[in-house]
Write a protein that binds this ligand. Structure first.
Ligand SMILES: C[S@@+](CC[C@H](N)C(=O)[O-])C[C@H]1O[C@@H](n2cnc3c(N)ncnc32)[C@H](O)[C@@H]1O
Length: 222
């Protein structure tokens, strides 16, 4: 196993000492994508928000400061990330405004239509079955609710040795739109734009609003 594969694996599933270190680095490296994706959600003071794959808990902290009368829930499979995110958000957890869970994207432990907004930053690469995850997202997002997804553009990531196909599935703007459509979202409500993150780092920001009416799914959808 190469060092690059090990880094890719730690980003997908942080564990042990290397996972703690990865969490600290993610906190810095992913600041801008998190800000862009959180801003796109336009969080209101009473919103109930879910983050998929909170990592070190940086976006959870940002969002908790924007919704004093709402709640922020987060979910991540990594025990090490749960520990870091809990530490970062300890006060808001004690106040009953932030709730963090160790669970998987593929089976969200929440009731139907209970979130106004959903955030997913730098996690879509790890969706083994994107349609299954999108089905879960549509289930827990209320009609008219909003989803914000950030992914670094495939064109940038192809140059990153740690983002190989054994750990990462890459998306360009078209693939991102198509997967969201295939997952049951109305194409008229999917907006994907290019965002500049840093020198030679281009990102994609997808914002999707859930239809207020049930939508007929395509044959290759859920
Ligand atoms: C690259 S990190 C991104 C963390 C954070 N969103 C950020 O931008 O800094 C990906 C996170 O997704 C989590 N993850 C990956 N696959 C998962 C799955 N199937 N279910 C739940 N969490 C998962 C990992 O544990 C990790 O914390």
């Amino acid at each position: 196993m190469t060092i690059w594969h090990t880094i890719g694996q730690q980003l997908k599933s942080p564990s042990g000492f290397a996972g703690r270190l990865t969490g600290s680095l993610m906190r810095i490296a992913n600041d801008k994508p998190n800000r862009l994706a959180v801003d796109a959600l336009r969080i209101g003071c009473r919103d109930n928000v879910l983050e998929l794959g909170f990592g070190p808990g940086h976006a959870i902290e940002m969002m908790a400061s924007r919704t004093p009368a709402g709640t922020i829930c987060g979910l991540d499979q990594s025990a090490v990330m749960l520990e870091q995110a809990e530490r970062r958000n300890q006060t808001a957890i004690e106040e009953g405004r932030v709730f963090l869970y160790r669970a998987a994207f593929e089976s969200l432990p929440f009731a139907k239509a209970c979130f106004d907004k959903i955030l997913a930053v730098n996690v879509i690469y790890f969706w083994r079955d994107p349609l299954a995850v999108l089905r879960e997202i549509r289930r827990v997002l209320r009609p008219g609710g909003c989803l914000s997804i950030y992914a670094t553009d495939a064109a940038t990531m192809r140059g990153w040795k740690f983002a190989g196909p054994e750990t990462h599935r890459l998306y360009g703007a078209d693939e991102l739109s198509e997967i969201l459509h295939g997952g049951g979202f109305d194409p008229n409500r999917i907006f994907v734009r290019n965002v500049h993150v840093a020198r030679r780092v281009n990102g994609l920001l997808a914002t999707v609003s859930a239809s207020t009416k049930p939508m007929r799914l395509r044959a290759n959808g859920c």
